[in-house]
Design a protein around this ligand. Structure first.
Ligand code: ADP
Length: 409
């Protein structure tokens, strides 16, 4: 089945055309026929990028004023590059939807009720859900007969029990405003857990894992027998690890203090927490780990400090999730930093021998941007690098939803 996977943001559409079916999923032989993006939609300088492996990326700059035009151009580009003979070859569309609230614990075919529930969740993710829905409206219009499936960032974490998802606020805030931990990056955590089970030939029930998604946004998850039982992001993606520009865990009273001292508005404070904190905030220099590693190597103390805080926070969550799980079989690193930075993995795991974690430095150094084990033979936990592939999981979920097959967590 040829599936169009869409990830629609405020001014961009990221897309992939993936061919999958039950045998391909089993053999891990699904095919990414093309991938691309339309960026800066709404301007006369929008860029359209399409890559059809093994050919190089083709990029054009043109006027693309709305989503409708963006999708039309993306499909036309797929045809021009021979990835698709005709739009009618697309048999299903899988949409990344950021927030499913407490409505969705799995991927679903979008119907009127589902659409309404996604709209109800928009208040919880005002910067994402409305754009995700816009993608749906455009594809529904262009391909009215084709089933469309929503795959939620939050769904995997709906299994997190109340002891881990409730905040210590008056309970009425949970009842009235649904204030609780939702967690994000669920598709990524779920995908790498799936790969771990596959690599070691284990059933989901046979392994407990800690997964660390370290990209611009960062989160960790405790996975017990295939189910998320705790995760570091919370009501919003602000909570938990230190991130590129977000601060992660913080004493909320510190925010009131800053607001009153500097006479900041709510909007100012939100911008400070989202855009000027984290690695960028501490280093005063960059949110990009590569820049910080280079600066630290040159002796830049602020960059070194930012890296130290980043790694210490990961280590603390490994400890916390070891306690939450009781027994851990594997630790997985993924996303930009997790996949590509051996020194960060070393620092995050330093001193955790008591928890059964021992890194083999030669394996660690050799595992960059690819799947592989980085723990020593003596390590009780298998520490793995597993590149994430959220689009592939969206395509597989879409296929299974359309065929009425259960979507394994
Ligand atoms: P996003 O969350 O936007 O999808 P990515 O998963 O692409 O982000 O991760 C981006 C982060 O990965 C950046 O901080 C970048 O510096 C980091 N990164 C990418 N390659 C490397 C590398 N070789 N060494 C260290 N960090 C890297």
């Amino acid at each position: 089945m040829k599936i169009l996977v869409l990830n629609c943001g405020s001014s961009s559409i990221k897309f992939q055309l993936i061919e999958t079916d039950i045998d391909m999923i089993e053999a891990d032989s699904d095919r990414t026929l093309a991938r691309g993006s339309v960026e800066r939609i709404g301007t006369d300088e929008a860029t359209l990028n399409v890559t059809v492996p093994p050919h190089p990326t083709r990029s054009t700059t043109e006027e693309i004023l709305d989503y409708q035009a963006g999708l039309t151009r993306a499909v036309a580009a797929l045809k021009e590059s021979n990835a698709l003979a005709d739009i009618s070859q697309i048999q299903a569309v899988g949409h990344r939807v950021v927030h499913g609230g407490e409505y969705f614990a799995a991927s679903v075919i979008i119907d009127d009720k589902v659409e309404q529930d996604i709209r109800n969740c928009a208040e919880l993710a005002p910067l994402h859900n409305p754009h995700n829905l816009r993608g749906y409206y455009v594809t529904r219009k262009a391909m009215p007969q084709v089933p469309q499936v929503a795959v939620f960032d939050t769904a995997f974490h709906q299994s997190v029990p109340p002891r881990a998802h409730l905040y210590g606020l008056p309970y009425s805030y949970y009842r009235r405003y649904h204030i609780r931990r939702y967690g994000f990056h669920g598709t990524s955590h779920r995908y790498v857990a799936f790969r771990f089970h596959k690599i070691f030939g284990k059933a989901r029930e046979e392994a407990n894992l800690i997964t660390a998604h370290l990209g611009n946004g960062c989160s960790m998850t405790a996975i017990q027998k295939g189910q998320s039982i705790d995760t570091s992001m919370g009501f919003t993606p602000q909570e938990g690890l230190l991130m590129g520009t977000r601060c992660g865990d913080i004493d909320p009273a510190a925010l009131f203090y800053i607001m009153s001292k500097d006479e900041l508005t709510l909007h100012d404070m939100s911008t400070l927490l989202n855009k000027f904190s984290g690695l960028y905030g501490i280093s005063g220099e960059s949110n990009d780990m590569r820049d910080l590693m280079a600066a630290s190597a040159r002796g830049d103390e602020q960059a070194r400090l930012a890296i130290e805080v980043f790694c210490y926070r990961i280590k603390k969550y490994i400890g916390a999730y070891t306690a939450a799980l009781g027994h851990v079989d594997g630790l997985v690193f993924t996303a930009g930093i997790g996949e590509n930075s051996p020194p960060i993995r070393t620092l995050a795991c330093q001193g955790l021998e008591e928890l059964g974690i021992q890194i083999d430095e030669a394996r660690n150094a050799a595992t960059v941007g690819k799947e592989g084990e980085i723990s020593s033979d003596a390590s009780r936990l298998r520490v793995m690098v597993i590149p994430t592939n959220e689009e592939l999981l969206i395509a597989r979920d879409t296929f299974r939803a359309v065929r009425g097959l259960p979507n394994p967590h």
